[in-house]
Design a protein. Structure first.
Length: 135
């Protein structure tokens, strides 16, 4: 259950990062893909390693814990790689940007709403939810 919550939090953080760069939200799919891919590879490598070094034909509980810990370590490495890929992803220069008006109001290019707010370097439209990097 905790792992599912971690993957959901990872995906939402990656989604915010790519939207701030003006990129598609599909880049956020790297998080779960790299997480579960790393976990699978870690479990496979751990299983092979334990199988090669085990002296008995049956696995004990301690060996299963070693495999699971290695799987989680590789899942964390996969999550770190997904953050690195998104971090070094260049901003989309063709993404629409908002035009600031007087008194700090900003028009959304998607719906034309003036009800927007600036969150750091990201401008978020309260009406349609579109995010764009600020100028």
């Amino acid at each position: 259950m905790i792992e599912i919550l971690v993957v959901i939090a990872l995906t939402s953080k990656l989604s915010a990062m790519v939207k701030a760069k003006g990129r598609s939200g599909f880049w956020a799919a790297l998080g779960p893909l790299f997480w579960f891919g790393g976990e699978f590879m870690g479990a496979c490598c751990g299983g092979v390693g334990v199988g090669l070094t085990s002296t008995s034909s049956s696995m004990s509980g301690g060996e299963n814990v070693i495999i699971y810990i290695l799987a989680l370590i590789c899942a964390g490495i996969g999550a770190g790689l997904s953050f690195a890929v998104v971090h070094f992803l260049p901003a989309d220069e063709t993404a629409p940007t908002f035009v600031a008006e007087s008194l700090g109001n900003v028009n959304c290019p998607s719906c034309g709403s003036v009800q927007t707010e600036v969150l750091g370097n990201v401008i978020v439209c309260n009406a349609c939810g579109m995010q764009s990097p600020g100028k």
